[in-house]
Design a protein. Structure first.
Length: 632
């Protein structure tokens, strides 16, 4: 909502002749503020002034003012539910511009038109096309643009009618300024107060668009319609009064969107209107959303709180999402650990074992035991991950360990344990856990709208934020599944027969590790270690290996105490093949051999022989060249 500042005259409905000059301002940070040049206090408290105001003029209590009316900058304004901050300063919960309401019971509304910051992006606005110039039109004397306004989309739920309406504004002075936008038109089945209208329709729809666009939305414009109140001029027909919009202004919890001319493209969203049209009809999706909101409102509030309060502490974000996940499981799955008969049998056996205790101890034991048949948080999280396997298989390596870590971390935070659980997450791990929990809940909410697990995965997998997370996790998996080049180097150092007088220098070691990587690409179709191999002047270098053993220069490297890692069977087969083929060759011979082969030559092309370089030797080149050797 835009900031405003209106100066004019203000009065109470009970005394319209007592008008006071003042200025009304609104920002979402400060709310609606009315600064007067005099005070309504005498009129508000009447004969009770002495009881409410001290001798110094300070208020002992702050009575609310239901309605203040005003005429400012040619606008008729009703301020509602105002609180007295000082005798001349008032804060109002909401303002209605364009209608006078003199009684609180008149504040009933039968329709609203609301715009959200990313609604137009979500609603798939059509392109404005420039008409093609015909061949016989030599001069560009006339440019024509074509805009086809989409049809209004209508839907009905048990609580009212909804329309997605497409509109445009056009300022045509010197420059063309044509803007199209979408808005929701809401028509409840019955007239509602502003508070009920907001909580039942406007706020849930804001969250719906925030969820769908994967972006925090705010209300950019809200117009209400009412059969009540009056204007400066008399309107005889209530139907005509009903057609005149009332602009509503109020302070919201939603952070404002930074203005930009760029549209939010589909890969940035979770789903758009076109996805809903493919999946189901407009009415069905809205019905499911409002039904879910009614049943899961506290869960939605926990989830969206971290969107609307991005500066919230990490610990609070984590706790909110864990609580949302636990509550969602309790409401939607709520399975029991044991069948009822078995549970009752075990419960009876445990309670019967307490009979030997005194009544006092027995009661204490029963309270401490609190025998329940509900799963714990860890099992609830595992159940949720199994609910959407296509999503969680991409995001989580070990679902049991993941659930155990979240459970331990939650318990440490909630119970303020002095001795932290070993499974508990470190502070730097919280952002990842928060994002993973967020994706799991997003998938659950998509299922609430009627999407199945596979469709949830398809929508999430199209989302840039999700794809980025999956790529990070995949990279970590690749690194975790691969060995370190230093592990390969130690393997070869252990294979040297020092009793027979064999030695190995850093130069020879680099060549053996290089060949191990090359032949792993050929025989295993994947790298053996994750580090890159660089094309230095004197050959192939794995920087970590070079840093570890550079102090030996051309001298023999001693054997390590032991291998610190176990190798898979196929890895050992490659390593043994490399050792048996190249292990007896000298460092000088291996240097000349590798320098004659295309992978090193390609990495150093266009370089002088003695020119330093850290160019990466391509794994594709390595695989291609050595594969040809096998085929030959």
């Amino acid at each position: 909502m835009e900031n405003i500042e209106y100066s004019g005259y203000w009065w109470l409905p009970s005394d319209p002749d007592k008008k006071i000059a003042g200025t009304l301002t609104f920002t979402n940070d400060e709310g609606i503020k009315l600064q007067l040049m005099d005070s309504f206090l005498q009129l508000i408290v009447g004969s009770f002034t002495r009881e409410l105001v001290s001798t110094t003029g300070e208020l002992k209590s702050t009575p609310d003012v239901p309605i203040i009316l005003g005429f400012a900058d040619r606008n008729i304004i009703t301020l509602c539910d105002s609180t007295i901050f000082s005798s001349e300063l008032y804060y109002s919960k909401f303002a209605l511009i364009g209608r006078y309401f003199t009684k609180p019971d008149e504040l009933l509304f039968n329709q609203a038109r609301v715009e959200y910051s990313y609604l137009s992006d979500w609603a798939d606005l059509p392109r404005i096309r420039e008409e093609t110039k015909l061949p016989y039109q030599d001069k560009e004397e006339e440019l024509r643009f074509i805009y086809t306004r989409p049809e209004t989309i209508e839907g009905t739920t048990k609580d009212g009618k909804f329309s997605l309406d497409y509109s445009y504004s056009n300022k045509h002075f010197v420059n063309i300024d044509f803007k199209q936008f979408a808005s929701f038109i809401i028509q409840p089945n019955e007239e509602l107060s502003f508070k009920n209208f907001h909580s039942k329709f406007i706020h849930p729809l804001n969250n719906f668009i925030t969820f769908a666009t994967d972006r925090t939305n705010c209300i950019t414009e809200l117009k209400l319609y009412s059969r009540h109140g009056h204007l400066l001029h008399r309107v005889n027909s209530r139907d005509i009064l009903d057609e005149i919009p009332i602009e509503a202004i109020y302070q919201t919890i939603y952070p404002e969107r930074k203005k930009t001319d760029k549209l939010l493209i589909k890969p940035k969203m979770l789903f758009s209107l076109s996805d809903i049209k493919i999946k189901s009809d407009f009415s069905s999706i809205l019905e499911k959303w409002f039904d879910s909101w009614e049943k899961l409102d506290s869960i939605f509030n926990l989830f969206f709180s971290i969107r609307y309060k991005p500066d919230m502490y990490l610990e609070n974000k984590f706790i909110n999402l864990v609580q949302a996940a636990e509550s969602y499981h309790r409401r939607r799955i709520n399975r029991q650990i044991l069948p009822d008969d078995e549970y009752k049998k075990r419960r009876k056996a445990v309670l019967d074992s307490l009979d030997s205790l005194s009544d006092e101890y027995k009661q204490w034991a029963k309270e401490k035991l609190q025998l329940k048949n509900d799963p714990g948080l860890k099992q609830r999280l595992i159940d949720l991950t199994e609910l959407i396997p296509e999503v969680t298989n991409q995001l989580i390596n070990d679902k049991e360990s993941f659930s155990a870590k979240i459970t331990a971390t939650r318990n440490d935070f909630v119970h303020d344990n002095k001795t932290k659980d070993k499974k508990s997450a470190k502070l730097e791990e919280l952002p990842d856990l928060i994002e993973l929990l967020s994706f799991i809940l997003q998938a659950c909410f998509l299922m609430e709208l009627g999407f199945n697990s596979e469709e949830c995965h398809q929508l999430l997998n199209r989302n840039d934020r999700y794809q980025e997370k999956v790529e990070i996790i995949s990279s970590k998996r690749r690194i975790n599944y691969m060995k370190n080049a230093l592990d390969i180097a130690r393997y070869f150092l252990c294979r040297v027969d020092r009793e027979a007088g064999d030695t190995i220098s850093p130069l020879k070691l680099q060549k053996l590790v290089y060949y191990a990587q090359a032949w792993s690409l050929v025989f295993r179709n994947k790298p053996l270690f994750f580090q890159d191999i660089e094309a230095w002047v004197y050959g192939h270098v794995i920087r970590d290996v070079w840093n570890e053993y550079k102090s030996y220069n051309y001298r023999d490297i001693p054997a390590p105490d032991e291998l610190e890692i176990e190798f898979e069977k196929d890895e050992i087969e490659v390593l043994e093949e490399v050792w048996n083929t190249y292990g007896e060759l000298s460092a000088r011979y291996l240097k000349e051999l590798t320098h004659s082969e295309p992978p090193w030559l390609n990495a150093r092309k266009d370089l002088e022989p003695a020119q330093p370089s850290n160019n990466i030797i391509s794994q594709d080149d390595m695989k291609a060249f050595y594969s040809e050797m096998v085929e030959a």
